[in-house]
Design a protein around this ligand. Structure first.
Ligand SMILES: [Zn+2]
Length: 469
């Protein structure tokens, strides 16, 4: 067995000794020093001194290891600058070897906290933060054919200079997802068919419009053929303006959610009519306290889908009858929603015959119940977008799923102070990079990265594309 492979020593090193410490192993190595000046690329350099360097390396059987080596200090005779030689396998800024750096980045693509990543890589949590700070994740250079957009609340901290502490600031962030594989019906080896390609700091329409128009040309934006979003009105007007060729798609999930909300709002309106306020004190209309409690407790029964789960128990039936006896409005909304559930065509769970939907809208759009009237009018307005979902098999339900994963990331980290590391962590965890996705090829792919002049390791769109192939 090759000892270099066993110890996983970087290529180009020669092992000169192994020292065992109580809690770590030290490898003494030497390597071929390069004499190329980083400033002028000249080779006319002379040695002006040296220093002993320690760099943390990959753990061996759960025991931490580090490399010890001598680096030379050179003087360039051409430009009179001095520099230390830097082997390829040593991180330019952090005191760790590149194999350990790549391992840490790969560990960060898993859903685990930074502390457990630090424990697995045998480095300090602070070093994990430094690795995250070192990663550069640009905005994607091209836009996908099917683009999903959704918002979520990110609790980003705000530094209070006076009190010298972080203050929690809740802010809406926007996720942009690639849903092309859903549209094409492709699932990758991980069983995933969608991923987050970008996270933006705000969700205001002006911000999003500026972002897309400054980062992408009209030609690039025309490449977006399907735009999936929820019913946040701004997203639709945004899509019409900046993605001129996109078909806008909604998921049925949002419609059902709105219908359920109409029931809830009707119920709350009736409940509120049982309450009176005198001098700021809340009291019930005489004899209505029980009814108030009863309606409150019936909230779940009222939003049940009778078509999928028929009401069989006598208790439920009695409960519904009592609700309807209290208010005819409630019965009207309930019946309309059940009628809507019944429109769904078998076996397609989200498909509805357009003519049936037209009839349903016609029947209910002039209803006397304001909540029902509102939701029916909304459905009428959104109808083309809902039908696009069935036509092009594109929906933003996956965006909602990815949002759930983002919440996991947020919770694992117990929140983030600033947006930049949060965004990077989301892109690593919910993005196209995955440790379980051809791990060895990713590791080799990562190993090819050459630090650029800014001494940052660039994991941009190119590497993401390379991994997807
Ligand atoms: Zn020089």
């Amino acid at each position: 067995m090759n000892i270099y492979k066993l110890y996983r020593l970087p290529k180009g090193t020669t092992l000169t000794g192994v020292v065992e410490h109580p809690h770590s192993v030290e490898y003494c190595v030497s390597y071929d020093h390069s004499r190329i000046c980083p400033d002028c690329a000249g080779t006319n350099c002379v040695v002006k001194g040296h220093k002993l360097t320690h760099a943390t390396h990959l753990p061996l059987n759960e025991i931490g290891t580090f490399l010890t080596f001598t680096r030379n200090r050179y003087l360039c005779k051409d430009c009179r600058s001095t520099f230390f030689d830097r082997p390829d396998w040593l991180h330019p800024d952090l005191n760790i070897t590149m194999p350990l750096y790549h391992k840490t980045v790969l560990q960060l693509t898993d859903k685990k906290s930074q502390i457990s990543v630090a424990a697995d890589c045998n480095i300090s949590p602070k070093m994990v933060s430094k690795v995250i700070a070192d990663i550069v994740l640009d905005h994607p250079r091209t836009l996908p054919e099917a683009l999903g957009m959704d918002e979520f609340t990110g609790d980003i901290g705000e530094w209070n200079a006076e009190q010298k502490s972080w203050k929690k600031k809740t802010q809406y962030l926007t996720t942009i997802c690639d849903l092309t594989n859903i549209h094409n019906g492709v699932i990758d080896k991980d069983g995933r068919n969608s991923w987050v390609i970008d996270v933006l700091e705000e969700r205001s329409i002006d911000f999003l419009k500026k972002h897309f128009t400054t980062h992408y040309s009209l030609e690039q934006r025309k490449a977006v053929k399907y735009f999936c979003c929820d019913m946040h009105g701004g997203f639709i007007s945004l899509a019409k303006q900046i993605f001129p060729c996109a078909h806008i798609c909604f998921d049925m999930f949002h419609i059902v959610q709105r219908l359920n909300r109409a029931i809830n709002l009707t119920r709350l309106r009736i409940q509120r009519s049982y309450v009176v306020y005198t001098d700021g004190r809340r009291s019930f209309v005489p004899g209505k306290e029980d009814d108030y409690d009863f309606l409150q407790k019936s909230s779940r029964t009222l939003i049940m889908n009778e078509v999928e789960r028929p009401v069989t128990t006598e208790r439920r039936k009695v409960r519904l009858q009592r609700c309807f006896a209290l208010s005819s409005d409630l019965q009207e909304v309930y019946d309309a929603v059940q009628e809507f559930h019944a429109l769904k065509v078998d076996p397609g769970p989200i498909d509805i015959r357009p003519s049936l939907l037209s009839d349903w809208i016609q029947n209910h759009k002039n209803s006397d119940v304001p909540e029902l009237r509102d939701v029916v009018n909304s459905i009428q307005n959104w109808r083309p977008y809902i039908q696009n979902t069935w036509k092009y098999l594109c929906s933003n339900s996956s965006c909602e799923g990815l949002n759930r994963e983002i919440k996991d990331v947020k919770r694992l980290a117990c929140g983030y102070h600033t947006f930049a590391p949060f965004r990077k962590r989301i892109l690593l965890t919910c993005g196209p990079m995955k440790q379980s996705y051809k791990p060895y090829s990713i590791r080799q792919e990562r190993g090819k990265f050459v630090p650029t002049a800014t001494t940052k390791n660039h994991i941009g769109a190119d590497s993401i594309e390379a991994e997807q192939e």
